[in-house]
Design a protein around this ligand. Structure first.
Ligand SMILES: [Zn+2]
Length: 304
């Protein structure tokens, strides 16, 4: 058991602590402690991955299982664990709001393969009015949530909402800012991801303006399915209508058409993608464009 006085001797290499964290075990290398008394309902596991904290402890192989996030894996390859200090694994649940427009960003998130997050823009001051929001980009294991911090802004411009229960690696903002300032490789990787995110958001403007609901639904399902590595999804008509910024009846009709053609099976929100090729043929052009954008990030073969 390490107390705070002992930890303080390690100076600036320490992970950033808050009073809600508790620590146990002195296993070298990786130390985990669960704290159900955390200030949120999240099921947290805190992983201390900094070998400076434990004398002689080896830096664990981060890619061996701690995360499936592509951006994080790239960073760790290039900078040998530059971001590992201060990371913790967190389980996020459907409907959790990670960021709000105009509100300070306290943490950033690197989603794993099982997590899908929507970045939404809100129209009007009533943020609870579901008819006044639309998804501008999905974030999966190719990216991160909280990107404005990388460019000097602490305020989010989007609402970030969890769409599937899953895990992510998270980091408090002071750690992230310090890492961005310290590591050029991190700046480069985040710049590339920012470019990809801007491209997706630009494409979503075209999509919502010019493309039909059925094609938009097909491309949305394909991209969500590819990010989650699963042909089974769970989204209600209401949820999809909100994300695409269309009326519920439009989703019902589009999903009905796709089902009639044998491309999907849709029952009480459970969606099975039965014919990916057929769906690709039905999807609007955004599917290919966003797929290309994501594959350029290094996810070739992941976004089929
Ligand atoms: Zn489109």
């Amino acid at each position: 058991m390490l107390d705070l006085a002992q930890l303080a001797r390690y100076g600036e290499n320490l992970v950033w602590l808050t009073d809600r964290y508790c620590w146990d075990s002195a296993a070298p290398g990786v130390q985990e402690s669960r704290y159900p008394s955390a200030s949120t309902s999240r099921d947290r596991t805190h992983c201390v991955l900094d070998d400076h904290v434990f004398d002689g402890g080896a830096v664990p192989n981060f890619q061996a299982g701690a995360s499936t996030n592509l951006l994080l894996a790239t960073l760790c390859r290039e900078d040998h664990g530059c971001l590992l200090t201060g990371l913790e694994q967190v389980r996020l649940h459907i409907g959790e709001v990670l960021l709000e427009p105009g509100v300070f960003i306290r943490s950033i998130y690197f989603p794993d393969d099982d997590l899908l997050i929507s970045l939404l823009t809100l129209n009007g001051s009533n943020s609870h009015n579901s008819r006044k929001r639309v998804e501008v980009a999905q974030v999966g294991s190719e990216g991160m949530v909280g990107l404005p911090l990388a460019f000097g802004s602490r305020r989010s411009i989007h609402r970030a909402v969890v769409q599937t229960t899953g895990t992510a690696m998270t980091m408090e903002w002071p750690h992230f800012r310090a890492a961005v300032d310290a590591y050029p490789a991190l700046q480069h990787a985040l710049g590339r991801y920012a470019h990809a995110l801007i491209a997706q958001i630009s494409q979503s403007v075209c999509c919502s303006q010019f493309h039909q609901v059925e094609g938009r639904l097909a491309q949305w399902l394909l991209l969500a399915s590819a990010r989650l590595h699963s042909n089974s999804l769970h989204f209600t008509h209401d949820g999809l209508a909100n994300l695409l910024g269309v009326r519920r009846v439009g989703i019902t009709q589009a999903a009905g058409n796709l089902q009639q053609r044998g491309l999907i099976q849709y029952r009480h929100g459970d969606i099975q993608l039965l014919d990916r090729q057929g769906l690709q043929a039905s999807a609007c052009e955004c599917h290919e464009k966003v797929k290309d954008i994501l594959e350029e990030l290094g996810g070739r073969g992941r976004m089929g």
